[in-house]
Ligand binder design. Structure first.
Ligand SMILES: NC(=O)c1ccc[n+]([C@@H]2O[C@H](COP(=O)([O-])OP(=O)(O)OC[C@H]3O[C@@H](n4cnc5c(N)ncnc54)[C@H](OP(=O)(O)O)[C@@H]3O)[C@@H](O)[C@H]2O)c1
Length: 254
């Protein structure tokens, strides 16, 4: 791990928090004047319960564009650039709504909430973070990274089971948005690698109600998933921008 400035969005979620902890811990012994690593991380409702010298917390509600812009402005006060941005925010269920098993359960508010948090937010984050990525030192071999945790269930061709209309559709929309963005930025913001990722089935509050059918050994800890995702991202080059890949680095069909 070398001199980098990271932004982890959703840094208090299961996977996001594991990412923040790994970045901060891995870099804790590497801090010197020539090797300064910074980690910015955002929280939503839960106030973060850990701190480190090189960790800066910001509040961000991804359903509110002004909140995304405010966080980007706050980062600009403290850093000239960002090298890696990883969006770990996601919504599958709420206190009052579960993913749909059948069409009759589809409701407008829950559908739009999924689209807003899982799909639209990624575009708005890219819109406001772009100037910080533009100032990153980067090359085709060592690109800046703009990654979003998606889900395999957002793959249209992989869909064998149906159900989960709002979540599946919002992740498919996210994937299209990031593919589109990879085409635009290949022209206007070179050497930024845009990736959507499947983290595995991970033991977090998001998956907790749905872990019953997970095969033995297939339920990852957040720490393991975060470690795999960071490893995959560290091997990305600019020509891989627009990829949909899993925690092991395998491509997923759209
Ligand atoms: N866990 C899995 O098995 C699995 C599988 C496939 C894909 N994924 C994807 O992986 C990503 C991370 O999921 P996770 O398992 O770590 O879930 P998680 O523990 O529930 O974390 C989700 C995070 O999103 C944040 N969030 C929700 N609404 C937000 C908003 N409006 N503004 C800002 N932050 C908001 C939550 O913060 P608050 O709680 O404070 O609202 C929480 O920190 C998600 O995109 C999920 O779809 C997970």
């Amino acid at each position: 791990m070398d001199n980098k400035t990271y932004l982890i969005i959703g840094g208090t979620g299961g996977i996001g928090q594991a990412m923040v902890q790994q970045l901060v811990t891995a870099t804790a012994n590497e801090q010197d004047d020539n090797n300064r690593i910074q980690v910015f991380a955002t929280y939503h409702r839960s106030v973060p319960d850990f701190e480190a010298d090189n960790l800066y917390w910001l509040q961000m509600d991804v359903s509110d564009e002004s909140s995304i812009k405010q966080a980007a402005d706050d980062i600009k006060q403290q850093s000239t650039h960002l090298d890696w941005v990883i969006n770990c925010v996601g919504l599958l269920h709420t206190e009052s709504a579960q993913p749909e098993k059948a069409l009759r359960q589809v409701e407008t508010d829950f559908f739009l909430q999924n689209m807003q948090i899982n799909a639209l937010a990624g575009l708005l984050i890219a819109k406001h973070i772009r100037p910080l990525l533009a100032k990153a030192e980067r090359s085709a071999d060592k690109p800046a990274i703009f990654a979003t945790i998606s889900a395999r269930v957002g793959s249209i061709s992989d869909n064998q089971l149906g159900g989960w209309y709002s979540y599946r559709m919002s992740k498919a929309a996210l994937n299209m948005g990031m593919k589109n963005l990879s085409i635009e930025w290949a022209r206007s913001l070179k050497d930024v690698c845009i990736v959507v990722m499947q983290p595995g089935t991970v033991n977090t509050q998001l998956s907790a109600p749905f872990q019953g059918n997970v095969a033995d050994g297939q339920l990852f800890s957040p720490a393991y998933s975060a470690e795999c995702l960071l490893e995959v991202l560290s091997g990305m080059s600019a020509d891989k921008s627009g990829s949909f890949i899993d925690w092991a680095g395998e491509s997923i069909p759209w």
